[in-house]
Each structure stands twice: as structure tokens, then as C-alpha cells.
Design a protein. Structure first.
Length: 204
């Protein structure tokens, strides 16, 4: 190496030092990633972090992790990365579907054909609803805690409505009271019997 420029030896030393530093930093980052995943696992186990939050953590670090991160994830986390991502996307679609889409921003509206991605109150959300004929007349007024299932039941029963409106309520008792008021106001064609209002808001 006697024919090489005099600074080559110093540069070789610098490369070796930097390599040692990078190795040390890589080891420290792997340890930090393990600490992060352990803390995330604890949050999941304690019910503090949901799927969307876990997926958000992954998105924040995925471009900065050291090789072998997915193996570390698999050894610590109860669900693979793609599982959280898939469930997070599903949760976001559910959240968006549960936002009222009526012109007033407070009610849900839809057509006879109910599609999976149509805005719809979440199961367990009490509503009073109105079914409309094509000419705008009211066919039926009801209340339910599962609007999607109820609409499917009306289709099976041969209801002729072409569109519907659903008004979210605080609980089932409030939905029953609103149903009764709407029946009195709208005089629907197919409501034959008066509404039997239960004594508690826990009625199905």
C-alpha cells in the first residue's frame, strides 16, 4: 500500500470507526423497536390501544425500522401487521358509514336497495325510521335498534317503499316515542296498530 495516497490509511480507519458506530446504533435501534413493540403489546392487552391506533404506530415507523422488524413484530404482537391494517380499514369504513348522510346532517337516508357501504346506523343504535313510496307518500313508520336488518325484513315482507329516512335517538324508549309521534303526524298507509311503548329504554 506504499503507492497509495497518504490519506488512505486515515480513511480506512474512519470507515471502520463508522461501521462500528453504525453497528452499535443498529443494536440500540433494535432494542428500541423491541421496547416499542412490548409497550404496544401491553397497550393492546389492557385494551388501551385499538386496531386503528396500532396500525397508526406501524405506519409512523415502517420506513425507519431495521431489517428483521417483522420477525420482531411477530414474536411480540398477537396479530400480524396486515391483520391490524385490515381491521383498521374495516373500522374506518364502519365509522364513515355511521355518519348521518341526510341533508340536515342529523339523519340517515337511503334507497330500497341497501348496499354494504351505504351510510347506516351501527347495529345497536336506536332509530325511528320512515319508509316512502315512489310518489313521496309514507308507507310505514317504525323504530329499531338494527336498521339494516329491519330494512331487509321489510323487503322480505313485500313492502313497496323506494326510499327511507332514519332519525338517530338517544335510546330505544326515545325511538318508540318518536315513532309514535311520526305516526300521528305522517299517517302512514301501513301502520295498523298503535305503538306499544315499553316502560324501559332497554327494550329490543
Amino acid at each position: 500500500m506504499t503507492m497509495l495516497p497518504p490519506n488512505v490509511g486515515a480513511l480506512i480507519h474512519q470507515v471502520r470507526v463508522l461501521h462500528e458506530e453504525i453497528t452499535l446504533l443498529t443494536q440500540r435501534q433494535i432494542a428500541a423497536e423491541i421496547d416499542l413493540l412490548s409497550a404496544l403489546r401491553l397497550a393492546v392487552d389492557e385494551g388501551v390501544a385499538n386496531d386503528s391506533e396500532v396500525n397508526e404506530v406501524y405506519l409512523l415507523v415502517r420506513d425507519h425500522v431495521v431489517k428483521g422488524f417483522f420477525q420482531r413484530w411477530g414474536s411480540i404482537m398477537p396479530t400480524p401487521v396486515h391483520g391490524y391494517a385490515s381491521r383498521a380499514r374495516h373500522d374506518e369504513r364502519q365509522r364513515l358509514r355511521a355518519i348521518p348522510n341526510g341533508p340536515d346532517g342529523e339523519c340517515f337516508v337511503g334507497s330500497r336497495q341497501v348496499n354494504p357501504d351505504d351510510p347506516m346506523p351501527l347495529p345497536g343504535s336506536p332509530v325511528a325510521y320512515v319508509l316512502y313510496y315512489a310518489d313521496g307518500r309514507v308507507e310505514y313508520v317504525g323504530s329499531t335498534g338494527n336498521l339494516r336488518n329491519r330494512l331487509h325484513s321489510h323487503l322480505r315482507d313485500g313492502r313497496e317503499y323506494t326510499r327511507w329516512k332514519a332519525i338517530p335517538c338517544a335510546d330505544r324508549l326515545a325511538a318508540y316515542h318518536l315513532e309514535q309521534r311520526l305516526i300521528e303526524e305522517l299517517d302512514p298507509a301501513e301502520n295498523k296498530a298503535p305503538v306499544a311503548i315499553p316502560r324501559t329504554s332497554q327494550a329490543a
